[in-house]
Design a protein around this ligand. Structure first.
Ligand code: ADE
Length: 366
């Protein structure tokens, strides 16, 4: 059985909402909750748990000896994976919930209060720090309940039929980009409500059409709520989409959408992880534009190096080697990233490198 242990200064806050609905009904059956009061591990007669911060400043800091003793007590019987809930952690998401639901040891959640917890105990006794969002709560208890709710409902047997698990927000991934998608809209009877129809495709019973419509809706909704958008996109002008598709899909890209060459010379959008490549079939057209017409092809301002960032550089290098397109072998660069260079079938020069954020000053070579 999945075991959660919560270390808190406010034990009466539990199970709280976790005692309700599906998660509450599963408590004791599919998961167990153990709540430990951090104050019970204080050693002085005032049961002191916190102290003022070294270096000054507002607030109080939870003492390392008290927190370490509470964690040790929680781990004493079966060990555990210790998570501290704090705004400086990695953002909680559905993938993290799945990881926690698959734990084979107890999940120990440490709730902070006041200004936080002494860093030395976080470094030594905590396996992971999780934040539920970019805001500061007055304590980790609400965050612990969020994390447990999202995790427990993924445990086998907690939700009735498992089918509903796979088609909801963030359990859906885009088959083209492997990125998470939020859910598509749902409708139920009546077919017309206050003059508003249920979309015809859903009433038609064509399963392929329904799946296509739902994917489009999920993509649109995901884009409409995403805070980061691709502010710059690389567009390559190519004369043959079938060569482009064959080459880039072998490299690991997927087709997001395609407009046939008959319409405005076509357009092909390809994606791999966070990389977007747009291909246009209008090279002959664009070379009639004054900007391109004036320039010989090798002049400054016409040369372009495209950078593809990946978490699977070695896999991509093998694929590129098999395709025979490598023009510079994989090597470590002075700025600390591996890369290799390829020439695509149209002659574009492409650097393939490890996923990174180039805004980080560590990549400035001194
Ligand atoms: N404790 C305080 N703020 C928090 C946050 N944003 N996420 C998780 N735990 C917290």
């Amino acid at each position: 059985m999945f075991v959660a242990k919560v270390l808190t200064l406010f034990p009466e806050a539990f199970p709280g909402l976790l005692g309700q609905s599906v998660v509450g009904r599963a408590l004791g059956q599919h998961w167990a909750l153990d709540v430990l009061n951090i104050r019970d591990y204080a050693t002085d007669k005032h049961r002191t748990v916190d102290d003022t911060p070294y270096g000054g400043g507002a607030g109080m800091v939870l003492k390392p000896d008290v927190v370490a003793a509470a964690i040790a007590a929680a781990k004493a019987t079966a060990g555990g994976h210790v998570v501290y809930l704090g705004p400086a952690g990695r953002r909680f998401n559905q993938a993290k919930a799945r990881t926690l639901a698959a734990l084979e040891k107890p999940l120990i959640l440490l709730c902070g209060h006041y200004e936080g917890v002494d860093e030395r105990v976080l470094e030594r006794a905590v396996d992971d720090v999780i934040s539920i969002g970019d805001y500061v709560l007055s304590g980790g208890e609400v965050a612990a309940q969020v994390v447990l709710d999202a995790t427990v409902r993924l445990l086998p047997g907690v939700l009735g039929g498992n089918a509903s698990l796979h088609e909801e927000s963030f359990d859906l991934t885009d088959p083209a980009t492997q990125q998470p998608l939020v859910e598509y809209p749902h409708y139920t009877r009546p077919a017309v409500w206050e003059g508003h129809d249920v979309p015809a495709v859903l009433q038609g019973g064509n399963h392929a059409e329904i799946a296509k419509w739902r994917l489009e809706q999920a993509r649109e909704r995901t884009l409409s709520i995403s805070e980061v958008s691709n502010t710059s996109v690389t567009e390559l002008h190519v004369n043959d989409f079938s060569i482009a598709k064959s080459f880039y899909t072998q490299l690991g890209f997927n087709v997001v959408w395609e407009r046939k060459p008959e319409e405005f010379k076509g357009y092909l959008v390809l994606a791999m992880q966070a990389n977007l490549l747009c291909l246009w079939g209008g090279s002959d057209v664009i070379h009639q534009h004054p900007f391109f017409k004036e320039r010989p092809r090798n002049e400054w301002g016409t040369g372009v190096e495209i950078v593809i960032c990946t978490s699977d550089l070695d896999v991509l290098y093998k694929k590129a080697t098999a395709l025979g397109c490598v023009v510079e072998a994989l090597k470590m660069q002075p700025w600390g990233l591996n890369d290799f260079r390829i020439r695509d079938p149209f002659g574009y020069y492409i650097r393939v490198t490890t996923a990174h954020d180039i805004r980080n000053p560590r990549y400035a070579v001194k």
